[in-house]
Ligand binder design. Structure first.
Ligand SMILES: [Fe+2]
Length: 144
């Protein structure tokens, strides 16, 4: 799947253009490179996909914020990905309607490959892209 990749921090713009500034690291537009194969999906590499494709779980009753909060939980992947120093999930980026909303940075050894956000909105298209240090970027999408 196509994307515009920030050469500084690895953020991928998925709205068919490179942003004026990278929403993650602030790098200018010229730092972005259009790549036809920026993001992998289950169709690309079936064997790798079960450990890399994000699994999105929405919980519409939040235990932390009582009103109007949707918990967006993500794990990588259907078979849990390793978190070893030599092979781990580096970050998980979240998008709503193709626009960046958050990045969660992970470190190996003490963390599971998972993250959660508390959303104030209850509609829109969610996209989640994870970056594996060995196997690249993988996406999952779901409507809220
Ligand atoms: Fe991997």
């Amino acid at each position: 799947m196509k994307g515009f990749v920030c050469k500084v921090c690895g953020f991928i713009s998925i709205d068919a253009s490179a942003p004026e500034r990278c929403p993650v690291c602030g790098a200018p537009q010229k730092s972005f490179e259009e790549k036809p194969d920026a993001i992998k999906t289950a169709k690309d590499e079936v064997k790798l996909s079960e450990k890399h494709t994000p699994v999105i779980v929405l919980v519409r009753k939040c235990g932390l914020i009582p009103d109007g909060c949707v918990d967006l939980n993500v794990k990588i992947g259907e078979v849990i990905h390793p978190m070893l120093p030599e092979h781990f999930i580096v970050f998980i980026d979240f998008y709503l309607d193709n626009k960046f909303i958050a990045r969660v940075h992970l470190t190996p050894e003490k963390l599971n490959p998972a993250a959660g956000l508390h959303l104030k909105v209850s509609s829109g298209k969610l996209s989640v892209i994870e970056h594996c240090n060995l196997h690249g970027n993988w996406i999952a999408e779901e409507n809220l």
